[in-house]
Design a protein around this ligand. Sequence first.
Ligand code: HEC
Ligand code: HEC
Ligand code: HEC
Ligand code: HEC
Ligand code: HEC
Ligand code: HEC
Ligand code: HEC
Length: 265
Amino acid sequence: MRIASARLVLGPLIFFALGFAALGLVSCGTWSGSVALPPRIEGANFVGNQACYNCHTNHTRVFPSSAHGRLHLPGAGMPEQVGCESCHGAGSRHIAVGGGVGRFILNPGRDASACYRCHIEVHAEFNLPQHHPLPEGKMNCVQCHDPHGRDIMKPSGGPAMARLNESCAGCHREQTKPVVYIHEAMREGCTACHQPHGSIHPKMLVERDNNLCLKCHAQVAPTGVANFLVIGSTPHSPRVMQGSCWSAGCHSAVHGSNIDPRLRY
Ligand code: HEC
Ligand code: HEC
Ligand code: HEC
Ligand code: HEC
Ligand code: HEC
Ligand code: HEC
Ligand code: HEC
């Protein structure tokens, strides 16, 4: 079904751009046609979402509320555009044999290549030097994204969770355990400082230097005092010369501290 929203307009544009990126990546392969082509299932045809309803009632019922259920992509070459089959492949043979695990259907929970067909930039991010070990086969998209439900930013099959931080907390207890002095930045989510897929910076940070902190903590030069900087009402001139805010032996408890409100240890 088509629903009028900005996303529907945006989708094809982004898609067009992604298509070109894809051609660049696979220019020497046997690639032909549109990047939106769903995974191939030998001898199967597209049957549309309703054909899945009887056996996968819950998946089919929640899907229209998901990010992908609301997209329309001309050129995807299938009945419902971003429907079940754009990730799982054409379903006619799966249905003809009465369904079943591994029977003429793909499960992208084990193999992200179905997602990379459209999310070429995400593929590139996972190839950056610092990344979550997904290319190594130790993780998968669905540990952070629910592909069918209303909130794609929560782990698949997980309990109802708030966005972002909670999905990280499942694996990173050290950074998310309760502390006496929490760094307020944590309320904006881990992604205020970390790129969740991959980054060129150590620890998957969004910036490698003090700019990471200065985007929220303004650096002010008091009038009349040359070369003198103040951050958070404390003079910082000599300190910012020593290294990054968290590595120069200063705010090393960057996520929060049990001892020091200034996050020094
Ligand atoms: C955006 C891609 C995408 C779309 C669209 C999609 N799925 Fe899935 N599906 C997945 C992924 C990823 C998994 C693996 C989930 C996991 O391992 O937790 C999955 C798993 C499944 C499973 C196996 C059981 C499970 O939950 O692990 C069924 C059944 C299924 N999907 C049916 C559907 C149906 C029916 C639709 C359409 C109404 C649909 N899917 C649309 C990505 C998608
Ligand atoms: C006749 C019933 C039936 C229909 C119709 C059906 N399936 Fe299935 N499907 C099953 C059964 C049974 C399983 C195995 C148990 C499970 O995972 O629920 C299965 C499993 C799956 C899996 C997991 C496969 C795996 O290897 O892990 C996916 C994905 C899936 N179906 C997608 C679909 C999609 C998409 C459609 C619609 C195009 C569809 N199914 C239509 C019965 C059906
Ligand atoms: C047929 C193409 C297609 C496939 C396959 C696909 N996506 Fe998407 N997805 C899109 C488009 C288009 C958007 C909207 C534009 C964007 O945010 O990139 C989107 C959006 C998203 C978003 C952001 C939603 C938001 O609210 O910001 C996530 C997360 C996502 N996809 C994850 C996945 C995962 C995980 C898979 C594989 C299981 C997958 N996608 C498979 C096309 C696809
Ligand atoms: C470690 C958790 C994690 C994993 C694993 C993960 N993502 Fe994400 N992803 C996120 C978070 C968090 C965001 C939101 C980023 C933001 O808001 O800045 C996001 C955003 C996205 C978006 C929308 C914005 C963008 O960056 O384009 C897409 C599309 C997406 N992810 C696809 C995927 C796909 C495909 C996979 C598997 C190949 C995947 N993600 C694996 C956590 C993850
Ligand atoms: C399913 C488990 C899982 C989830 C969920 C998860 N991570 Fe990770 N994370 C890992 C693993 C595994 C590593 C690699 C650890 C290693 O190589 O020592 C890692 C590494 C990292 C690192 C780099 C650590 C280093 O030493 O370089 C950061 C930063 C990070 N994760 C942040 C996040 C954020 C932010 C989220 C939520 C968007 C998140 N993680 C969600 C498992 C997870
Ligand atoms: C204010 C910015 C900021 C926020 C918000 C933030 N981090 Fe970090 N994180 C950092 C910095 C800076 C480092 C590098 C610390 C170092 O090198 O000593 C780091 C390091 C890490 C590491 C690697 C730890 C190690 O010992 O190697 C993990 C894992 C991590 N963060 C997870 C998270 C998670 C999960 C969240 C959200 C709950 C989060 N971070 C929120 C700034 C932040
Ligand atoms: C997303 C915005 C944001 C980012 C990025 C951020 N902070 Fe914060 N930080 C805050 C907020 C909000 C507070 C609480 C209000 C305040 O004291 O300014 C805070 C408080 C602090 C405090 C306690 C100040 C006091 O006097 O109590 C320190 C120390 C601190 N941050 C250091 C850092 C460091 C180091 C970085 C970079 C690794 C950083 N912050 C990045 C938002 C941020």
